[in-house]
Design a protein. Structure first.
Length: 342
């Protein structure tokens, strides 16, 4: 049965609602049941619910993701990180798993309306928006959905005008901007489309100067930075850096990324864009390269402990979470959850 636009999709448990809604219910296993006020802690006593601190430019391991997978999308809402879809040994996945950094635990959430990989996701207004992807190569999707963590449910949105997978997305000022990817003919795209959250409508914008897929995207101040990726037509892996101004609907060239990489991920913290992992046709990379838009320069950060392609990278509270992906170029599925203190 086809899901109607803005349709409600069920798929949750009572336990899932309590956890994903960010309720203040206390865990009975900790000896603190519902309605019982825990004893006050002294200033010298550590808070067991606080997120561990770390020195800047360091990595540590978090609890592994329950479902090992690659080519997933990731986004944050209500203090949790959601990893959506991806590719597993069984094929495209509809898994939706939520990670709570404060407890270092994972929780199963309502599955995607359909199995997808190489989709794009962003968090906005307390919800997660998921667009595009592949249902099976090269069956590109025009699907667009909104996930509500409070009700643990999905709404179907107005479809993406251009069916594509391997795309990337960014959110800014109430609009979701979608860049590049591959269409059903397996051609890389320069297409840029924007979704207005309030009106539930899409518009076409000025295309990227360089068509590409499996790129990295990040919002820095009032611009959107597009780096790396690949051209399937030429077979080239890219280090190209182009910056989009959504207000003027114009592009400008910027300093190229130091390392030529495709199948990369990016996250932004305090006006700095961190580009993680990726690879070329011969190998995977653990690289962590940091772009400073204001000065148009790149610096090298501490690399990931585990080099991977196709990770889901999400920034939350000054940390970056690099989850899943593959340690090899093909037929590899990771549950690794590395946490970077910026």
């Amino acid at each position: 049965m086809t899901i109607s636009r803005r349709a409600f999709v069920k798929g949750f448990s009572a336990a899932g609602i309590a956890t994903l809604a960010g309720c203040d219910l206390l865990d009975p296993a900790d000896g603190e049941g519902i309605g019982i006020i825990p004893p006050a802690r002294t200033t010298d006593e550590p808070d067991p619910n606080s997120t561990p601190t770390a020195e800047p430019d360091t990595w540590r391991m978090g609890a592994p993701m329950p479902t090992p997978r690659t080519q997933s999308a990731g986004a944050a809402a209500h203090g949790r990180i959601y990893v959506l879809g991806g590719w597993t040994p069984e094929g495209p996945s509809n898994a939706n798993e939520a990670y709570d950094p404060h407890t270092d635990r994972w929780q199963e959430a309502a599955p995607l309306p359909q199995p997808l990989y190489q989709s794009a996701a962003v968090g906005a207004d307390g919800a997660i928006y998921l667009v595009g992807g592949f249902q099976g190569y090269p069956r590109a999707s025009a699907g667009a959905w909104r996930y509500d963590p409070i009700s643990d449910s999905w709404d179907q949105l107005w479809p993406l005008p251009t069916k594509r997978g391997g795309l990337r997305a960014a959110v800014m000022a109430g609009k979701i901007y979608v860049f590049g990817g591959l269409n059903r003919s397996v051609q890389e795209l320069s297409t840029v489309e924007a979704y207005d959250i309030d009106s539930d409508r899409w518009e076409a914008l000025t295309p990227m100067p360089t068509p590409r897929t499996l790129l990295a995207v990040g919002v820095v101040r009032d611009e959107i930075v597009i780096v790396g990726g690949m051209s399937r037509r030429t077979g080239k892996t890219l280090r190209t850096n182009e910056i989009y101004d959504p207000i003027a609907d114009k592009w400008r060239a910027a300093e190229p990324m130091p390392t030529t990489r495709r199948r990369i991920a990016a996250a932004v913290v305090e006006h700095r864009m961190y580009v993680l992992g990726g690879g070329n046709p011969l190998r995977t990379f653990p690289n962590n390269e940091i772009y400073y838009v204001d000065s148009d320069v790149w610096r090298t950060g501490r690399p990931m402990a585990v080099g991977r392609v196709d990770v889901a990278a999400v920034a939350l509270d000054g940390r970056i979470y690099a989850i899943g992906g593959g340690t090899k170029l093909y037929n590899n599925y990771s549950s690794t959850n590395e946490i970077y203190q910026t």
